[in-house]
Design a protein around this ligand. Structure first.
Ligand SMILES: Nc1ncnc2c1ncn2[C@@H]1O[C@H](COP(=O)(O)OP(=O)(O)OP(=O)(O)O)[C@@H](O)[C@H]1O
Ligand SMILES: [Mg+2]
Length: 273
């Protein structure tokens, strides 16, 4: 398969609070049980092009389950799931990929002994005729990797060092670059700044804003409320016990208010309008 590095989304960026049109993704009242455990009890989220939406909540609130439903890893029991205003039929992760949804999980799924180019094109290398079957066109992969990294303002990253020798922030950026090669419309990031230094987390935040500026919708699960969520996202959905308990516009809220909503005492707040 020929990977492409074209712009990830064609839709013009639309900022939260403006005339937003049709959401890229709309999930309403999603329920999902694992046996007797009711992981999702009516969870909802909408994401528009160019918007960064944070999903926050205490441990066990249902965030990972919710994004796994979006990514086609789990099915759901009831609720409405639409992509671009049409009912979504997502039975597995490849259906989600085909609909423009890419996920970067917390473990990043990178091969530490391979370099950035090899990781970017893992499983979908550009190939050409060779003596022994098809050979990988390394030079072309490198050119394309350099193009996508430059577009993502990651031009300084080494393409030839094993990613296992890179910092957490660099590895996170490479994992995001890898998902961008699939030209997603919606990017889901699970804890992208966990365990990163302040400056590395800031680089990842900048990358997220750059991608949103190109029209990508981004869902980000994060516990990093004070340094990341309130500063780098547009909207915050707070989950508790598998449902939404509060919704905020990030620029109008403090970290303390978000944390209060996560731990209780602020029932059903909606300040996002
Ligand atoms: N595969 C599974 N089988 C059974 N129960 C599960 C499964 N996945 C999640 N759960 C349960 O569903 C609930 C929600 O879990 P989930 O992982 O979605 O929470 P979370 O908000 O991501 O938490 P954390 O912040 O700790 O990552 C928990 O009670 C969890 O034990
Ligand atoms: Mg989780």
């Amino acid at each position: 398969m020929i990977a492409s590095i074209d712009s990830p989304a064609t839709a013009a960026p639309v900022r939260a609070g403006t005339n937003r049109g049709t959401p890229l993704i709309s999930m309403r009242n999603i329920t999902k049980s694992f046996g007797s455990v009711r992981a999702l009890r009516g969870a909802s989220v909408e994401v528009y092009p160019g918007e960064v939406v944070a999903l926050v909540g205490d441990n066990g609130a249902g965030k990972s389950t919710f994004v796994k439903v979006m990514a086609g890893v789990h099915g759901f029991d009831s609720g409405d799931f639409e992509i671009d205003g049409k009912p979504a039929k997502i039975n597995n992760p490849s259906d989600a990929t085909a609909l423009g949804i890419q996920t970067v999980y917390q473990d990043l799924s990178l091969c530490n002994n391979l370099d950035a180019v090899q990781n970017l094109f893992l499983g979908r290398e550009l190939t050409g005729p060779g003596w022994f079957g098809r050979r990988i066109r390394r030079a072309e992969c490198e050119v394309r990797a350099r193009e996508v990294m430059t577009r993502m303002r990651l031009g300084n990253l080494s393409l030839s060092r094993p990613v296992g020798a890179m910092s957490g922030g660099q590895r996170q950026n490479i994992a995001i670059a890898r998902s961008i090669l699939w030209k997603p419309k919606l990017l889901i990031l699970d804890e992208p700044t966990a365990a990163l230094s302040h400056s590395a987390a800031e680089q990842v935040s900048n990358l997220i804003r750059t991608l949103a500026g190109e029209g990508l919708g981004i869902v980000v699960v994060s516990h990093d409320i004070h340094h990341f969520v309130v500063k780098s996202t547009d909207r915050i959905e707070v989950m508790r016990l598998g449902a939404n308990t509060a919704s905020f516009k990030s620029r109008e809220v403090t970290g303390e208010q978000v944390v209060n909503a996560m731990v209780g005492g602020n029932e059903s707040v909606n300040l996002a309008g």
